[in-house]
Design a protein. Structure first.
Length: 293
């Protein structure tokens, strides 16, 4: 009887989906696209084809605009548009990061014109992204890849004369890095930690420290993987990890690494805000609430 009820409920939910629906029953329970190992291999191939990214900020100090979990649909992308407007108007030097769950579900990625094409910029100049579970679970990886090309990569900043900061993007959209990506991270940190960067910043979607069960099977990484990852980041002097997914701000200091979970950008979400990180000798954080409609 319970099985029949579940099947009937599933059919009913699917039949009620509107044109702007975010419903994908299969995607709610299990990835139904390329898994992390495949995405990582494709990302490495792309990274190798385009070469390394070194951003000359022309100064020691610059701003990083960071948002996460915009969950846009064809009708709901006001906060993301606002974030991009504020970023465009901000003085140089600057760059921007989106920490995943750009879209809510199927057919929503084309709504992201505000984040993909703005004021003549291209996404490869100063705007970077990492995929979230909503970006890849709903058969969206192939389309996400058309726009953002890669899900695991690094870039650094300089002032024209010396290196400043190293940024490492990790693909945690499935709640795991996978063996290949973890080994890549180990090798990258072992090499880059010796190159004299001012600091190392890691950004990804899935938060490391679990607050509750609200995100289901994508809540966070397995305990063994969390132990390995946090030990690795602490060993090589990573200063901060920026992530999202939880839709609620959280700060945890562990092994001298600050893990900072950001509030969501999603329209009509409680506690909506984005972050401006002023990168200098220290990082100064400002959290900006989105205006009420």
């Amino acid at each position: 009887m319970k099985k029949i009820y579940v099947i009937a409920l599933t059919v009913l939910m699917a039949s009620c989906a509107s044109e702007d629906s975010t419903l994908d029953i299969a995607g709610m329970f299990s990835p139904n696209g390329e898994v992390v190992g495949t995405r990582f291999a494709q990302s490495m191939a792309y990274n190798d084809s385009v070469g390394e990214i070194h951003l000359d900020m022309l100064a020691d100090d610059y701003a990083v605009y960071v948002c996460t979990d915009s969950h846009i649909t064809r009708k709901a992308h006001r906060n993301l548009d606002y974030f991009m407007d504020q970023y465009i108007l901000a003085p140089m030097p600057k760059l921007a990061l989106h920490l995943g769950d750009l879209i809510d579900a199927q057919k929503n990625l084309p709504c992201a014109d505000s984040i993909l094409h703005f004021d003549g910029q291209t996404i490869y100049d100063t705007l970077f992204a990492t995929p979230g579970n909503h970006d890849i679970y709903f058969r969206q990886w192939s389309e996400y890849r058309q726009y953002f090309k890669t899900s695991a990569y690094w870039f650094d900043t300089n002032n024209g004369a010396k290196k400043l900061d190293l940024f490492i993007c990790l693909d945690s959209a499935e709640g795991t890095l996978g063996i290949d990506q973890m080994n890549w991270l180990k090798d990258l940190l072992a090499k880059k930690s010796k190159e004299g960067y001012r600091r190392i910043v890691v950004f990804t979607h899935t938060h490391i420290w679990k607050l509750d069960e609200s995100q289901g099977h994508t809540s966070n990484m397995a305990l063994e993987e969390t132990y390995e990852l946090t030990s690795l980041l602490g060993q090589y002097g990573v200063e901060v990890v920026w992530c999202g997914h939880q839709h609620a701000m959280q700060r945890v200091m562990f092994k001298n690494v600050l893990y900072l979970v950001l509030n969501a950008t999603k329209d009509k979400e409680k506690g909506q805000s984005y972050m401006i990180a002023e990168m200098g000798k220290n990082i100064n954080y400002t959290f900006i609430e989105y205006p009420k409609k």
